[in-house]
Design a protein around this ligand. Structure first.
Ligand code: ADE
Length: 226
């Protein structure tokens, strides 16, 4: 059982990704436990304030350290976290290798950044890792946290019906996945490659590898250099 705690200023944004399909099933099968924590519940301010203006001036609100620290300390009373991860666009990029590694852990805490950012003292003192899901800025860390959780949870044994299917995903060997086809074999005269209908397993495997390499060279040549 892996336990994931997510700290957020808007936890309602997290609900739908976890309430459908594979993630919901993983939770129902008791393979993963996911808990959302509203940072406002850990504010000591009478208006439940969790953000403030930045010192030195400048636009945008900054998430304060106190509610985050209060929430983390409360959770640490009952759990030992392997990683405390801050989702923020100004961080190292998430990739399949990181997801693979995180999928082997037992307790993960994820903090969703917000507004202009998070007080640097959180980043310097309270977390173990920072991750971005891509070089673009979203309104908050909730969708990135859901993306991270999805990429981790689907790798845990027992979550996907067909265990091998995560192993042949794109990126598992720094290659993009080959094209896939299903019925009908001929759709309005647009045809599936003959080889795939031949039943020749080893030729099909060679073809898939060739297509993977071609596609990676064309659209993501940087992956081949890794
Ligand atoms: N918060 C806002 N944008 C983000 C991104 N690209 N990755 C992670 N967290 C974010």
């Amino acid at each position: 059982m892996i336990r994931i705690d997510i700290l957020s200023a808007t936890p309602e944004l997290l609900e739908s990704p976890f309430s459908g399909s594979i993630l919901r099933r993983a939770i129902e099968k008791n393979i993963v436990e996911v808990y959302f924590h509203n940072l406002r519940d850990y504010s000591t301010d009478k208006h439940n304030k969790i953000d403030d203006y930045q010192f030195g001036g400048g636009s945008g609100m900054v998430l304060m350290i106190e509610p985050i620290d209060n929430c983390i300390q409360e959770l640490k009373k009952s759990n030992n976290y392997d990683e405390v991860i801050l989702m923020t666009p100004d961080a190292k990029l998430l990739d399949q290798k990181i997801s693979n590694k995180l999928s082997t852990l037992k307790n993960i805490m994820i903090i969703c950044g917000h507004y202009k950012g998070v007080d640097q003292r959180v980043r310097d003192n309270l977390i173990t890792m920072e991750l971005s899901i891509g070089d673009y800025v979203l309104s908050g860390g909730e969708l990135p946290a859901a993306v991270l959780c999805d990429s981790i949870i689907r790798l845990i044994p027992g979550v996907l019906n067909n265990e091998t299917s995560a192993l042949t995903d794109s990126f598992q060997d720094n290659l993009l996945a080959p094209p896939v086809y299903t019925r009908p074999a001929n759709y309005n005269n647009i045809k599936v490659p003959d080889l795939l209908l031949s039943g020749n397993k080893s030729k099909i495997e060679d073809w898939r590898e060739k297509k993977s390499i071609e596609k990676t060279k064309k659209v993501r040549p940087g992956l081949l250099k890794k």
